[in-house]
Design a binder for this molecule. Structure first.
Ligand code: ZN
Ligand code: ZN
Length: 249
């Protein structure tokens, strides 16, 4: 009997210790990369200066359209074979361990304040690359995913980006179906899979887009098929150019 009580007590102590540790070091206050406690000025960034210096900016020879790394020529094999309908896609960082952690922590709601950090890099990058646009759009999430996460992650990035850059944000697209994981599909299959997954969200949406250069915002560019499906709708509605900007790819 005493053993049961003792083990209960030990269990209680362990839980109390874990709760205390969480209280002292809330999730946001440790570095997302190395787990070290962060000084207060880095709390909103969630990353320590050492780990931040490891973020990999995308430099080197890239496909002129989608930004994929290429050895030679102008376009990657996928874009030569099946050109996407956006004009050019830019991504600030390589999508790897650290950037993946930042993006996931942001969109899964664990560290929602990371939106500011992500947008800060995107806005600085857009200024440095002289990316210009008349209006800002974003790749919308499905209703199911908004219900699950509680927010539309790309919409929030676009809103902050608009506030930061002064480019007016318009909400013209909606996602009509959630598509499956595209990574194992061929380029043609991916394009087929996402075509029809988006639509203009109102009859007047076209007017907001007509004759405009659109900047399409998303967190990550994977295959480009999703961005291409959105670009098609925007161009069909009269957009004169569609540039894509993501935090990583
Ligand atoms: Zn760190
Ligand atoms: Zn390409």
């Amino acid at each position: 009997m005493r053993n049961v009580k003792q083990s209960r007590f030990i269990g209680f102590l362990k839980r109390a210790e874990a709760a205390f540790s969480r209280m002292m070091h809330p999730e946001g206050y440790v570095c997302i990369g190395c787990g070290k406690e962060l000084k207060e000025e880095f709390h909103r960034k969630s990353i320590c200066p050492d780990c931040e210096s490891e973020l990999t900016f995308r430099t080197g020879k890239q496909c002129e359209v989608c930004g994929k790394y290429i050895e030679s020529g102008v376009l990657c094999a996928a874009c030569s074979e099946h050109p996407p309908l956006f004009d050019k896609a830019y991504a600030v960082f390589e999508y790897e361990t650290l950037t993946k952690k930042l993006v996931i922590a942001y969109k899964d709601g664990e560290r929602p304040w990371l939106a500011e950090y992500i947008v800060n890099y995107m806005a600085e990058y857009a200024a440095a690359m002289e990316i210009n646009a008349d209006i800002l759009c974003y790749v919308p999430s499905s209703d199911a995913s908004i219900r699950k996460r509680g927010f539309d992650h790309a919409a929030k990035l676009a809103k902050l980006f608009a506030a930061r850059t002064g480019i007016p944000q318009v909400s013209v697209l909606k996602r009509t179906k959630q598509h499956k994981d595209q990574t194992k599909l061929t380029a043609a299959e991916r394009f087929a899979e996402v075509s029809g997954a988006f639509a203009l969200n109102s009859d007047s949406a076209g007017k907001l887009v007509e004759g405009k250069r659109c900047l399409l915002i998303d967190d990550v560019l994977t295959t480009g098929a999703t961005a291409s499906a959105c670009a098609k709708l925007l161009k069909d509605a009269g957009a004169v150019a569609v540039t894509v900007l993501t935090f990583a790819r």
